[in-house]
Design a protein. Structure first.
Length: 256
């Protein structure tokens, strides 16, 4: 089923009045004959815009795709894209926030029932992680350890358990990507492609140099794009008028 035309029409409708997009209010949008649930309309619009119009998660390969891991699946926009474009793949979707994971499961049951939904944070161990919920697509690990303890699963073990290669590992995990990629170093040879939204959102966050060095050392080529400052995260200023904050994010596409 080609769901993209219906979603592009929805994006066009929502884009006519972006200022009216609601925040932190659950609702639904109609896609074909089904209701797609969201927790934050503003977040959903930009997810659909980037994923279905800009196709930031599209990839090519020889032969059928077997395994896609969607880490930080939120309400399922990316998993829906993967299921509609790579129907032969086994798609494993992970979301830490239990409220959002319930919405994810509901959406996948309606639109992509083959997607395997896991209400777990992918992390560097399976002992749980304190998580700061946000009611949108920016929930993240709580560095202060004050957020509720969510169940976690070690990403390295998930990759190791796959029989054969992981065709795509998608990470949108709000800063956890630095620790995850380093911890997964022993199994990254099994990953054919990697798409990461890299977040430099905290003063003590690791630098991107170590992350890129790890990818180079295990044989990845990569391209960085869609870089933008993230002044809404605060942070320190810079000496450059065009760059208001030292917080930023960008997309990383890596392949072998």
């Amino acid at each position: 089923m080609d769901i993209r035309p219906a979603i592009l029409a929805l994006v066009e409708t929502l884009s006519r009045d972006r200022e009216a997009l609601t925040r932190h209010i659950p609702g639904t949008v109609d896609i074909l004959d089904g209701a797609f649930h969201y927790v934050d309309q503003h977040s959903l619009f930009y997810q659909l815009l980037q994923i279905f119009r800009a196709r930031i998660y599209a990839f090519r390969g020889a032969g059928p795709m077997r395994v896609i891991i969607d880490a930080g699946a939120n309400v399922g926009s990316a998993s829906l894209f993967f299921a509609s474009n790579y129907p032969e793949a086994s798609i494993k979707a992970f979301e830490a926030d239990p409220t959002i994971a319930a919405v994810l499961a509901r959406n996948m049951a309606t639109f992509a029932p083959s997607v395997q939904v896991h209400n777990q944070a992918l992390w560097i161990h399976d002992q749980g992680i304190h998580f700061k919920t946000s009611g949108d697509d920016s929930g993240c690990a709580d560095e202060g350890g004050n957020g509720p303890l969510m169940p976690s699963r070690r990403l390295r073990d998930v990759i190791a358990a796959v029989d054969g290669p992981v065709d795509l590992l998608k990470l949108d995990v709000e800063g956890a990507e630095f620790a995850l990629i380093e911890d997964c170093r022993p199994v990254l040879a099994k990953v054919s492609r990697l798409i990461v939204e890299v977040h430099q959102l905290h003063a003590n966050a690791p630098g991107i140099g170590r992350l890129l060095t790890t990818l180079e050392e295990v044989g990845f080529r990569y391209v960085l794009n869609r870089a933008e400052p993230a002044p809404w995260m605060g942070g320190a200023g810079t000496p450059f008028p065009a760059v208001s904050s030292d917080r930023y994010l960008f997309m990383l596409h890596a392949w072998r």
